[in-house]
Each structure stands twice: as C-alpha cells, then as structure tokens.
Ligand binder design. Sequence first.
Ligand code: AHR
Length: 336
Amino acid sequence: MASTTFHKRAITAGIAALVLGLSACAGGDGDSTGDSTGDSGGGGGDLISVGFAQVGAESGWRTANTTSIKDALTQENGFDLKFSDAQQKQENQIQAIRSYIAQGVDYIAFSPVVESGWDAVLEEAKTANIPVILTDRAVDTEDESLYVTFIGSDFVEEGRRIGAYVSETLGTEPIKVVELQGTTGSAPAIDRKTGFEDATKDNPNVEIIASQTGNFTRAEGKTVMEGFLQAYPDIDVVYAHNDDMGLGAIEAIEAAGKVPGQDIKVVTIDGVKDGMQALADGKITYIVECNPLLGPDLADIIKTLDEGGTVEKRIVTKDEEFDQEAAIAALPDRQY
Ligand code: AHR
C-alpha cells in the first residue's frame, strides 16, 4: 500500500523554486549529529531538517544503527540532522520528539523504545504537518495515518527462523531452553518471543523452562544468566533476543565452569561483529541477522517524500542467517 505524500516542505520548496527560479541545493557546514543549527533551522532553507530520536546505546547493533544514520544524513547529502539518545526511556524520546516539533523540523524519524503509548505525541506531529518515519521498531496504534512508513526487519520472522533452527537441529532430543528477552514492551522482544514459540510449539522435545528480560544489554544478560544457572543446573540452550545478551550469557556460563557451545548452546539474533566472532569461535551456535544499516534507506525515503513521491507503508529489510562456517566466511568483510 502506498502512503500519502502531503508534506509542507515539499510545497514550500516548490513555491520557493518557482519564485526564485532555483532548485534547492545542499549547503552549509557544521555538526550533523545533534543540536545542529544548519541552514534550514526548522522548516525552511536548503537542507532538509530531520529530528532523529534514537532508543539509546544499549547494544553493538544500536551503535551500528546510529553510525549508519549519522553517515547517511549528512549536510553534504542535503540534511540537517538533529540527533538525540533517549537512554532507553520512553519519556526521553517523547520529550525529544516534542522538541523537534517545537523547532519545526521537516521530518521526524525514530525507533520507539516500546510499542505502546505514542498516539498523543504522534497526533502533535501530525497537527504540525511533520511527517513521521518509524525506523527499526514499530508502534502499536490503530491510526496508521500517524506515521508515513515503517522501515525495519520482520522480528517475528527472526524469532521463527531461530526457533526453526533450534527445533530441527537441537530439538531432535529433549532440550531445556532459557530465554533472554529484550526490553519489556519493545517490538523486538514481543515479536521474537512470539516467532520462537510459534516455530517450536509442535516439537515436544523443546521446553522453555525460564524467560526473563536482559534489556538488550550485555551486563543484564550476564546477570540474568547467572540467576538461571543457579536455579536450573540442566540448561541445554540459551535463546538470547540479541547478540549482546548472548555474549553476557557466555561470560556467565564460563564463570560457572561450563563450556559455551558444548555444555550449553547459545543462539542469538543480530549478527554484529562480536557476535559473529563468538560464532566463529564456537561459543555461539547460530545467529539470525538483524540488519542495522538503515541510514541510506532512510535518506532515500526522506528524499522521495521531499520530492513529492510516495513510499510503501511497510518496508521490510533483508536478514540472513549464519552458522560457524558462514560466520568465518563473512567476518573479514563485516561492516559492523
Ligand atoms: O530493535 C533492534 C534491537 O534493538 C536489536 O536486535 C538489539 O540489539 C537492539 O538493542
């Protein structure tokens, strides 16, 4: 389904081009990463001003995602990027979005910390005629007109793919699985749990004995795994919703005198360099990728909208999957 294309900047730019007989061009220099005061200020000028409200810096994936966005939305490329880090708190993200609305930016993009609770602030953006683009994570809303498009991975499918691997490859005999969930209430935590359960539900050999959030961080993944190891002496598999929590779990497994990859298998989602290295080293057994390099596509979407074009309402990015051999082959060229 194609999205609507109305946007105040496209109209303003069109009028300006008619009056001046000029087409818009990028210009100016300065910091593209935050509190920028480029030519457009908030809404006019040559550069397209974009307020990006990031989740935080909780994982290697997030760091790669932030770098990709900052590298793509540069002044040289025609953007005035205002970037904020919400430190994994929804209230910080809402505050950042309100500040972008007050500044009158041309576009707002964000990756929602959690799924629910966005309608009010998105209504404010809509009233201000500022198009909103969701990157990476979805919002739970009944009013799809509150955002223009959502670009990112299919998290349910990621969970399903890792669940299929566990069921078909490890679940040929009875196995006890512990799950390290992502941030409670976030789209990837909800969807990856759903996908995994869906893929393993018909295999009676696969038993999920415990499931707890590790908030997508290495430190919390380690702490939760320490608790699991004390409570359950017979864990066979750790399913971590991201590489970082899986890497934290590996530290806990090793500290408990067990061998990750042999005594306890670890399967994860993301495919960042540290995770891929652990897979190559045999400490992680399988990874389903989640591609963080959304910056170039985000830049393209904004430029398309800015020129009055349309984009799909849902853009799904492509993810691969890796075993040890594939990780060894991919590592030398891995960008993140
Ligand atoms: O939303 C994507 C998830 O968020 C990544 O899998 C995880 O590493 C990040 O923190």
